[in-house]
Design a protein around this ligand. Structure first.
Ligand SMILES: Cc1cc2nc3c(=O)[nH]c(=O)nc-3n(C[C@H](O)[C@H](O)[C@H](O)COP(=O)(O)O)c2cc1C
Length: 191
């Protein structure tokens, strides 16, 4: 598969392991990744995983500090093949939905939308308020692909690793990146 340039954002919603798994797979596939992590992403990495923030930075091709609005990915003239924010907090989702580019993550997402490139968000919250849902409708109407991290029980997961790989595979599918992270459904097989 041809090498692609993908922007990867990780925010402080629960499920940072999904962002890490996506980054690991993009690295394995030799894709060029541009990583941005929010302050609360870094905190949740400590709270939810055994990874260090430095380790995760090391998975990317280029790491951009979130306050660096002069970064390459802040401009539409820097070509990318798409962007994913995984997991995406309701705060960052709200900022993107109203074009409020207050940091590099929101700005890069704004650029991705205006340039008509593929933007995949993995919104994580439960339950959802009508504010969250309105913001998601706005984004969906602008071509953003929303991939909530919903467990597919039809794969009969027996451990968390299977669930994480299935979700990461679905996210990469949404980005248009071929992967073998999970078994594809080929129709029900009755015994
Ligand atoms: C352990 C933990 C879990 C959280 N889970 C979520 C979540 O699932 N969804 C969400 O929208 N915010 C969640 N938050 C709150 C966000 O971290 C908070 O709104 C933060 O300001 C988001 O900022 P960011 O989008 O810049 O990362 C969580 C916070 C913590 C500490």
């Amino acid at each position: 598969m041809k090498t692609k340039r993908i922007v990867v954002g990780i925010t402080g919603a629960s499920g940072v392991i999904l962002g890490i798994r996506v980054l690991e797979e993009l690295r394995r596939l030799e894709m060029e990744t541009h990583l941005v992590m929010s302050q609360w992403a870094e905190r949740n990495i400590q709270l939810e995983t055994d990874y260090s923030v430095e380790q995760i930075r090391g998975l990317s091709s280029v790491y951009h500090p979130i306050d660096d609005l002069a970064a390459s990915i802040s401009s539409g003239s820097f070509h990318t093949d798409g962007m994913v924010i995984v997991p995406c907090s309701m705060k960052t989702l709200a900022a993107i939905a109203c074009g409020f580019s207050y940091n590099l993550l929101a700005r890069a997402a704004d650029v991705t939308i205006k340039e008509r490139r593929r933007l995949v968000l993995v919104p994580r919250e439960t339950p959802l308020s009508s504010i969250h849902l309105h913001n998601m409708i706005t984004l969906a109407n602008n071509g953003v692909v929303l991939v909530p991290p919903c467990v597919g029980f039809y794969i009969r997961p027996t451990n968390v690793e299977m669930i994480v790989n299935h979700l990461a595979g679905k996210i990469l599918d949404a980005l248009g990146i071929e992967n073998q992270l999970f078994p594809r459904w080929e129709g029900a097989r009755e015994n």
